[in-house]
Design a protein. Structure first.
Length: 731
């Protein structure tokens, strides 16, 4: 009997599955998508909405190998179980001539021997509803990208792109930045009673809740303090209640990304990359082993068998009283793709301590938080006694409240400690008891603007609004970084000037499409396609009816010359006027309308934009706008400056146009081979590289003066997503 051929997405997954299937099966990998819409043309007939597909560049050899291996064999398709995986299975089936009615699809949530064997014993047909849902998303994104991107090229700069979902995420970041920029802080004062070293804060005045607008002047503060100093204080109320804290549910994609960002400082894309490795299989002394279930899910459901195993582990390790009765959480989001389980360990008995012998580094870190979260989710709630004490003055005008807590049972917090509800210091008082505070204190504070998004909070916002799905969050954020629309400051996400301008342009021209509610509705309709409630072409046509009106209007404005962008700035010119940000053939630059003086401007800097005005004044020291070097021009002895042109930054004479001297930027680091000067250059395809002007040595990474501790090699600069720099050794 000929062997059966199983086709998966990745080589790592192929190794793991091959180990479980043994003889009689051949397992190979497609290495992701093999076919897609054309790279260099639109690829969609707008009359019929029928797409044209072509084999991806570099995948011809893979497709040939798959066809060769499939000859005379029964073929089973086992890509991932989301929409993308279903589409990959369908494309491979079409290329291999497999019928859609054939049961060729293997579906499993975890890569274990039992799950793989069960999938092979009961293959399914390819889910065409899932395929059509992915097709609808792909066509929508192609229409938006192909129609909007040229408008950005004509209005702002060449090479820009607009995406249906990424543009909405960018709008959230830009609009939040505008609110932060226009926020005006004000002083306010807090008042407390200090009793036995414990501060009891003022919470109400005349029954009205105390807030940041309650005491805003020194005069009012002194008036209140004087009144309090002449008052007596009594315990108005003492209440005690028991409170349970339920464990959090097991991870779904978004909560796993948020936890990794918060606790490990990772990006969403790195989290998904490491999770994919743990799901597909990691090379260990035991062979390729998969350690977690499928990591793209928005369901908190757990199989009965997994519940049984984890409850046994909890009882054995911590005691029966720590076993919980967890119920699957119901989400506010109406469309939950409940086909998958929550993210959990495939082998619950493999604790992080045991895994130290098998994996290390990032894989162990992520596995640890997944294992802890899953086990904790099935444990008993923690229990607290909460004591509330309310102290008032004799007139009852001022109320001071202290809430304290005492843990009675740690429950799931034995494994997953949580931030406490309130103060742990307890004040023992009885009702109506007189209180003599040690002092009455006050402290000055300032109101603060809303916090910027980090990757975790942006994912949370997208999920809350129903924008994107588990498989798209990391891609959305990664695209914003790749396009240089967003940069990281620490962990905060800040829009660049380019990102702000692009967002303003799209929001003004396409208010319906670049809208959170509209995008969430589209996501819901894609879910309806998957559940067969809607036809995918109907969804596209509905979208086009709304999109075409805005598109025609913006194209007409640009054609008539009314679509040109211009921003005022607060940067003064020597002639007495102020510069404006305008856009030419090569992007944005500064121009004074009075004297026509021009200066280049790095559009990838994070600069505040408010009410059509770019605020440069407070950022001038940070700008790389014609920054002067401590060098003189070798031809005329004028100062040399750094300018930015079509191909990036370069050195030029400040006396231009009288002197036209230019040269490439040079590093301060001498060439390790000959000691010559290293210049920064740019290839025809736009890639930056470095070359010694003396010996011609080439460097694709920026060399530094630092050496590796292990091999004494030169350390180079590597840029990570978000613009963060790290040093690394190429050896």
């Amino acid at each position: 009997m000929s062997k059966k051929l199983v086709i998966v997405e990745s080589p790592a997954k192929a190794k793991t599955i091959s180990r479980y299937l043994g003889d009689g099966f051949e397992v190979t990998a497609s290495k992701g998508h093999v076919r897609d819409l054309p790279e260099s043309s639109f690829g969609i007939d707008l009359e019929t909405l029928e797409p044209t597909y072509e084999i991806l560049k570099g995948k011809q050899k893979v497709v040939s190998e798959l066809k060769k291996m499939a000859r005379g064999k029964e073929v089973l398709l086992a890509p991932d179980i989301d929409r993308e995986g279903e589409a990959i299975a369908w494309h491979i089936a079409r290329l291999l001539g497999l019928s859609e009615s054939n049961k060729v699809r293997l579906v499993f949530n975890e890569i274990t021997r039992e799950a793989i064997r069960n999938a092979v014993d009961s293959p399914k047909t390819i889910d065409m509803n899932k395929v059509n849902s992915q097709l609808a998303r792909r066509v929508l994104d192609r229409i938006v990208g192909y129609k909007l991107s040229p408008l950005l090229w004509r209005s702002i700069a060449g090479g820009l792109s607009a995406g249906r979902v990424q543009s909405v995420a960018l709008r959230f970041i830009v609009e939040l930045e505008k609110r932060i920029t226009e926020f005006v802080p004000h002083k306010y004062y807090r008042v407390s009673l200090e009793i036995d070293g414990v501060r009891v804060p003022l919470t109400r005045i005349d029954g009205k809740k105390f807030g940041t607008d309650s005491i805003t002047s020194k005069e009012l503060l002194e008036e209140i303090l004087q009144e309090l100093r002449g008052s007596s204080f009594f315990v108005d109320e003492v209440s005690r209640k028991k409170k349970k804290r339920n464990p959090p549910p097991p991870f779904i994609t978004s909560s796993m990304q948020q936890a990794a960002v918060s606790s490990l400082g990772w990006s969403a894309s790195k989290t998904m990359r490491v999770a994919q490795q743990l799901y597909e299989g990691v090379e260990t002394p035991e062979g390729n082993v998969a350690f977690i279930t499928y990591m793209r899910t928005d369901s908190t459901r757990i199989s009965d068998e997994a519940k049984k195993r984890v409850r046994h582990l909890i009882a054995e390790r911590y005691g029966k009283n720590y076993t919980g009765f967890y119920k699957t959480a119901t989400k506010k989001q109406t469309k939950v793709q409940d086909a998958h389980e929550a993210i959990r360990p495939t082998y619950i008995d493999r604790s992080p301590e045991q895994l130290k012998r098998l994996v290390s580094g990032d894989q162990l870190k992520l596995y640890s938080i997944i294992w802890n979260r899953f086990v904790a989710s099935q444990m008993a709630p923690s229990e607290y006694e909460i004591t509330n004490v309310t102290i008032k003055d004799q007139k009852g005008k001022y109320s001071f409240d202290l809430e304290s807590q005492e843990q009675l049972f740690d429950g799931f917090e034995k494994l997953l400690p949580q931030p406490r509800f309130s103060n742990q210091t307890k004040l023992e008082f009885k009702k109506s008891e007189k209180v003599d505070p040690d002092s009455i204190t006050s402290e000055e504070d300032m109101t603060k603007p809303a916090s910027r998004f980090n990757e975790a909070s942006l994912v949370k916002e997208l999920e809350k609004r129903g924008i994107g799905r588990p498989s798209t969050y990391a891609t959305i954020i990664g695209t914003l970084f790749d396009r240089k629309y967003v940069v990281k400051s620490g962990r905060e996400l800040m829009p660049t000037l380019l990102g702000s301008v692009v967002s303003d342009f799209l929001t003004a021209g396409f208010p319906d499409v670049i809208d959170g509610k509209f995008t969430a509705t589209m996501e819901s309709e894609l879910d309806d396609v998957e559940s067969a409630a809607k036809d995918w072409k109907e969804v596209i046509n509905d979208f086009m009816n709304s999109f075409a009106k805005d598109l025609g209007s913006v194209e007409k404005q640009i054609k008539n010359g009314r679509g040109s962008l211009e921003y005022s700035t607060d940067k003064p010119c020597e002639c007495g006027g102020s510069y404006k940000l305008v856009f030419g053939r090569y992007g944005g630059y500064l121009r004074c309308p009075g004297c026509e003086k021009r200066e280049s401007l790095d559009m990838t800097l994070s600069l505040p934009v408010l009410n059509g005005k770019v605020l440069l004044k407070d950022k001038l020291s940070e700008l790389r706008v014609n920054s002067r070097l401590e060098e003189k021009c070798p031809e005329c002895r004028a100062d040399l400056v750094v300018k930015r042109g079509r191909f990036g930054e370069f050195v030029a004479c400040s006396a231009y146009p009288n002197c036209r001297y230019t040269r490439n930027l040079r590093l301060e680091v001498p060439c390790a081979k000959c000691g010559g000067e290293i210049e920064r250059l740019r290839s025809k395809k736009g890639k930056t590289y470095f070359k010694c002007s003396k010996c011609g040595e080439l460097f694709w990474r920026e060399p530094t003066k630092y050496k590796c501790d292990k091999c004494d090699g030169i350390l180079s600069v590597k840029y990570k997503r978000g613009g963060n720099k790290v040093l690394y050794c190429q050896n």
